[in-house]
Design a protein around this ligand. Structure first.
Ligand code: PXP
Length: 253
């Protein structure tokens, strides 16, 4: 199975917005990611527009030639924008106003009817509909009921267990193993429902291999760690390195 890597370029826009300057250009970044072998570009259009702006979405729609995935909350405002801009995929995420980053998966079960309507509109508009959820059997079942074609599993809990000192301690290692087990079980279930399976959030050069070794997970959305590494080695090298790690781990399938 070919593993796909979409680069989340939100934090290129974070640097630009820090000064409300024209640079760095997210279009230039996307083109460089594609030239380095990225399978797609992911952006998160947040309600507060803290990084990606509406104009970025439209500019990227004109220039991205691989695959454009937009993460967004299923609000009326975002639905109108997505249906107008027509990205290849929309990933519905939970969003709360003061969070530093997405804090976890959507509760699909609790919002089933609203999500069913949003997903049906997105699919009619030609987008692949994905939902960002925790690796949990009830949420996988609800995503299927809501009509999603893909689920993206939130890897934040796994990633946290592998961060810094946690990786050195038995407790961190136990938590990482337990989270990988959850991801594996949920991925197997999602594949049984016929859902495509993606993963993302907090993945790094150090912790990605164990997730990429899970056969059913075929797409990765990774941003912060790649953009952070790009400061030292350049975006081209940072993308290539992450891609190599994912492909190498996938050879174990
Ligand atoms: N997937 C989703 C749904 C996200 O919300 C994010 C963060 O915007 C990512 C993937 C990428 O996470 P990170 O920047 O930690 O790699």
């Amino acid at each position: 199975m070919t593993l796909r890597l979409n680069i989340n370029i939100d934090h290129v826009a974070t640097v630009r917005q820090a000064r409300r300057a024209p640079e760095p250009s997210v279009v230039a970044a996307a083109m460089m990611c594609e030239q380095a072998g990225a399978d797609g570009i992911t952006i998160h259009l947040r309600a507060d527009r803290r990084h990606i702006q509406d104009a970025d979405l439209y500019a990227l729609r004109q220039t991205v030639t691989t695959y454009l995935n937009v993460e967004m909350a299923a609000t009326d405002e975002m639905m109108l924008i997505a249906l107008d801009a027509r990205p290849d995929a929309v990933t519905l995420v939970a969003e709360s106003p003061n969070e530093v980053t997405t804090e976890g998966g959507l509760d699909v079960r609790a919002n089933l009817e609203q999500l069913r309507v949003s997903i049906s509109r997105l699919r009619e508009g030609g987008a692949t509909a994905s939902i960002f959820i925790d690796p949990d059997a009830a949420q996988v079942g609800a995503a299927h009921e809501a009509g999603a074609q893909q689920v993206e599993f939130c890897t934040a809990a796994y990633a946290d267990a592998t961060l810094g000192a946690n990786a050195m301690h038995a407790d961190g290692q136990r938590r990482a193993a337990a989270e990988l087990h959850r991801l594996r079980e949920a991925a197997t279930l999602a594949a049984q429902y016929g859902l495509k399976v993606a993963a993302g959030h907090g993945l790094t050069y150090r912790n990605v291999a164990a997730v990429a070794a899970i056969e059913e997970i075929t797409e990765f959305n990774i941003g912060h760690n790649i953009v952070a590494r790009a400061l030292f080695v350049g975006l081209d090298g940072a993308v290539r390195e992450m891609r190599e790690r994912i492909i190498e781990a996938g050879r174990q399938h």
